[in-house]
Design a protein around this ligand. Structure first.
Ligand code: ZN
Length: 193
């Protein structure tokens, strides 16, 4: 009952305030004698609502049409543009391939390393002969691409701090294509405040 009275009092005295002022108005309306479990619970709910209301969410699809079967593309600047557009300063960015024959991963932007990846992946799951894979019995020829994607990963999550991607030294985000020559997508989802 006290909670309801305090809530009404807070609403009457300060009708046009935002959620954070609401919380403090409610807190001061609850006298120390009325610090009941119910008041504490209502205050907790107010604070949670505040957090959710301040939270922003952003979604964008980045499209690729790689002319070769396989390629590694640095997409860091595109993700940074998304972050700028989102106006989110603190939170997390999820970047994932939306296809099961492509990857998103973080590593060094160094040509020799990309050559090493290509050689290593081809040794692990060579494209030819396509008849060696049961998946290709379906009429497809991309079993190797599914395996390569599994090894290189589906997605990455990057912390967002002070409006920037909070990378370690030399970290860059890459799109790994293993079955190109067609339009494919990467999802960027950023959540925070
Ligand atoms: Zn397939």
């Amino acid at each position: 009952m006290f909670a309801a009275v305090a809530r009404r009092r807070a609403r009457r005295s300060q009708p046009n305030l935002g959620p954070s002022a609401w919380t403090s108005a409610y807190a001061s309306a609850c006298s120390p004698k009325r610090q009941t479990a119910q008041n504490d619970l209502v205050l907790d709910i107010f604070r949670r609502v505040e957090t959710i209301r301040h939270m922003k969410s952003y979604r964008k699809e980045l499209w690729f049409n790689v002319p070769s079967r396989r390629a590694f593309i640095n997409i860091t600047s595109q993700v940074q543009e998304c972050l700028l557009e989102s106006r989110i300063k603190e939170g997390f960015a999820l970047i994932n391939a939306m296809h099961i024959t492509a990857s998103v991963f973080i590593n060094d932007d160094e040509r020799g390393l990309h050559h090493d990846y290509e050689k290593w992946l081809e040794k692990l799951a060579p494209h030819e002969p396509v008849g060696q894979y049961r998946h290709n019995d379906t009429g497809e020829d991309n079993a190797d691409a599914h395996i390569k994607r599994q090894v290189m990963g589906r997605d990455v999550v990057v912390a967002v701090t002070e409006g920037k991607l909070d990378f370690g030294p030399w970290e860059q985000i890459f799109y790994g294509e293993f079955d190109g020559k067609r339009k494919k997508r990467v999802l960027v989802k950023i959540i925070g405040e």
